[in-house]
Design a protein around this ligand. Sequence first.
Ligand SMILES: [Ca+2]
Ligand SMILES: [Ca+2]
Length: 245
Amino acid sequence: MFSLARGLAGLIVAAAFAAGPAAAGLVALPVTNPGFEAPDIDNPNGATVVAPTGWLSTVGAVGAFQPVTPAVYDAIPGGDQVAYIQEFGDLYQVLAPLVAGGAYALSVKVGDRKDTAIGPVLLAFFAEDPAMPGSLAAAAFLINAIAPPTVDGDFVTATLDYLAPAALGALAGRNLIVALGHGGQAGQQANFDDVALSLFTADPPGNGRIAEPGALALFGLGLAGLWRIRRRGPERRRPLHTVAG
Ligand SMILES: [Ca+2]
Ligand SMILES: [Ca+2]
């Protein structure tokens, strides 16, 4: 399922993020619980079996996780907690309405535990359906990207850029959804930390970073696969279970 996606993974990395100098019009957008420090876990290697505070999930065993160092990681990017998606699932968060012509840049740290393998990781933007608030299934898919190759026992930075249309049309007033996906198999886990989102509004129009639709469209394949599997129905779903301690 993900062999094509994996083969293409290297291609997207170069296009993923071109951070320019800070300029008027560049703002950091608030993300709730971006470092997955809530709820606070007080036992080493402990984890929740529900999505971290401020985050939602449609499928999969997900939660906040406090890795033991250096057994699981030598260090984690921030605080003492990360998010996890075991095997196959997603985490997402509904943010503010899309801004016409805005250039969005998402950055997430993706970790591969020393003691487990990791599967393909996807970042995606959706536009919420106002008639179905909080629903990822009803949201309009905008764009996605595959995370770069991960490093065992360490974190890499995955990025996703999106240039909103100058004329939003049917997207007008719809909230941006940030989604993290893991297309892993049995025993595989992805960890996440330090979600950051910026918005650059060009002034005059045209000065923003420009996505390359041809290249980026390829990566819709990966997430389409994730969602296709999700929609096969309940027989594909597994009961929630805690992370191996
Ligand atoms: Ca953290
Ligand atoms: Ca590993």
